[in-house]
Design a protein around this ligand. Structure first.
Ligand code: SAM
Length: 276
């Protein structure tokens, strides 16, 4: 008997992936959590029925949410990740030699623990790295206390549901700006231009009202809704399109490159139109 995992990405469309083994399911304090082995994408972390990350395509998301901002800021010493309990963004952040401190603020300790147990390739940097500090708390509460502290803040959240709703609000972006230093940069995962155009337009407007330089960029993530994913970057001083790609540090990556760094801001017309 064949077993398939299906994610309904909208009420009318989804993806389905052949399952080789269901490794773990539980209801945490915050969400339903599952770890399954799929034939096509390898091991998969699922929260509330939504694919969070898979061994086969996680590199795209974790590299693109980290290296664009970290290579735009000339001296990214203190970096904060809100969400990101699977550890993939932290793994990419600590590849930058200039980073002195990488703080993870994840609301659900079970995501951290089970990612370490079942997804060591992704969660490895969460243990045993003196630069990394892991905090289990609500990012909304943490950010309210963190003033003028970070060079880069990455919002690696779930979709705007449950505890993540507040991570897509204007007052959250205002609080992020206050938590950043005067030349700080933020970047947030901002869903799919095909399935969430209104959210993308509203978030871009909100972030633009807080940061003088606001840009959206795209990447292809096969297991995410529609396969086309967006990231929105807000910067107080440095423009990501003005970096000298020849001066960027070569980092060990599988998707991000200095050449891609500048090309990702060239957007398809239907996405440009969402930002007007
Ligand atoms: N890459 C995934 C995506 O784009 O959907 C996100 C991966 S990561 C697993 C998302 C994390 O955000 C989850 O572990 C979830 O527990 C966490 N999260 C949601 N709301 C949060 C909040 N208010 N504070 C901190 N972490 C939160």
């Amino acid at each position: 008997m064949e077993l398939w995992y299906t994610e309904k990405q909208t009420p009318a469309h989804g993806i389905t992936s052949k399952v080789s083994e269901t490794l773990h399911t539980e209801k945490t304090e915050f969400q339903d959590l599952a770890v399954i082995d799929t034939v096509q994408f390898g091991r998969m972390l699922v929260l509330d029925g939504m694919v969070m990350t898979t061994i086969k395509d996680e590199f795209v998301y974790h590299e693109m949410i980290s290296h664009v901002a970290l290579n735009t800021h000339p001296n990214p010493e203190n970096v904060l990740v809100i969400g990101g309990g699977d550890g993939g963004a932290i793994r990419e952040i600590v590849k930058h030699s200039k980073v002195k401190k990488a703080v993870l603020v994840e609301i659900d300790s079970r995501v951290i623990e089970l990612s370490k147990q079942y997804l060591p390739e992704i969660a490895a940097a969460l243990s045993g790295n003196p630069k990394v500090e892991v905090k289990v708390e609500d990012g909304i509460r943490f950010i309210a206390e963190a003033k003028n502290q970070f060079d880069v803040i990455i919002v690696d959240s779930t979709e705007p549901v449950g505890p993540a709703v507040g991570l897509f609000a204007l007052d959250f972006y205002q609080a992020i700006s206050q938590a950043l230093k005067p030349d700080g940069i933020m970047v947030a995962q901002t869903e799919s231009p095909f399935f969430n155009p209104d959210l993308i337009s509203r978030v871009f407007k909100d972030i633009s009202s807080v940061f003088p330089i606001t840009k959206l960029y795209l990447a292809n993530i096969p297991t995410y809704p529609s396969g086309l994913w967006s990231f929105t970057l807000g910067s107080k001083q440095y423009d990501p399109e003005l970096v000298d790609e020849n001066s960027l540090p070569e980092i060990e990556t599988k998707y991000y490159t200095p050449r891609i760094h500048k090309s990702v801001f060239r957007l398809p017309r239907f996405v440009e139109n969402l930002l007007k």
